[in-house]
Design a protein around this ligand. Structure first.
Ligand code: CA
Length: 226
């Protein structure tokens, strides 16, 4: 990935400087932040391709910054750890980091990790996105957003939304939805109220975009795309 943008969040200024110098020399664009809050602000503003994140930081620490980033983004994160207990938490993967290096590290090691992470990221296919207004659904990663903010849907609610989006404005009957989402067929005589209940919950979660799901009288539902 030429000219990848890297955000370095490291409060030891000398170390941040060494990283910046070497990463720039390797052809990357580098932004540095010296505390967690600035790191998170820069992340949101600059949309870097990768974040190198120290753990012990003034303000929000690296764990908090990592979790905050993971609420809305899958941007790769390389953690810098100095203590064994920090490393244990990173290895526990409870925070969603992609990789780590332990301090003291060699710059060459950091560069190799960055290169490997970016190569892995480049190999991933582009996300399969479906959009309607401010509703955005990543059909592969099961991520739903309204106005850029993630919405938490149950697997069934997500399948519903996916079916409606893929129907491309066409109305789907309750039977069709049951069949597509649950794999039921008509002979099983499943109560179609189940569909209505899920749609009601889904609408509730979609907030400002709830009106996209239109009830079609005596038929079922469709998703308004315009
Ligand atoms: Ca530190």
């Amino acid at each position: 990935m030429p000219e990848a943008k890297i955000l370095v969040v490291e409060d030891e200024k000398a170390l941040a400087k060494i990283l910046r110098y070497n990463l720039e020399k390797a052809g990357y664009q580098v932004i540095t932040a010296h505390d967690g809050d600035a790191g998170l602000d820069f992340f949101l503003e600059e949309k870097p391709d990768i974040v190198i994140l120290d753990i012990m930081l003034p303000g929000k620490d690296g764990f908090e910054v990592c979790r905050a980033i993971r609420q809305s983004s899958r941007t790769p994160i390389l953690m810098l750890t100095a203590k064994k207990d920090e490393l244990d938490r990173v290895l526990g993967l409870e925070i969603g980091a992609d990789d780590y290096v332990t301090k003291p590290f060699s710059v060459r090691e950091v560069l190799a990790r960055v290169k490997a992470i970016l190569r892995r990221a480049a190999d991933k296919p582009a996300p399969l996105l479906a959009r309607a207004g401010t509703l955005e659904v990543d059909l592969e990663r099961y991520v739903t957003k309204v106005k850029g903010k993630p919405v938490s849907l149950s697997p069934k609610e997500f399948e519903f939304l996916k079916c409606l989006l893929q129907a491309d404005g066409r109305a789907l009957s309750r039977d069709e939805l049951l069949e597509k989402v649950w794999g039921y067929d008509r002979s099983m005589e499943i109560d179609t109220n189940t569909v209505d209940q899920h749609i009601a919950r889904l609408r509730g979660k979609l907030g400002a975009e709830a009106g996209r799901i239109v009830t079609v009288k005596n038929v079922g539902y469709r998703l308004r795309k315009d």
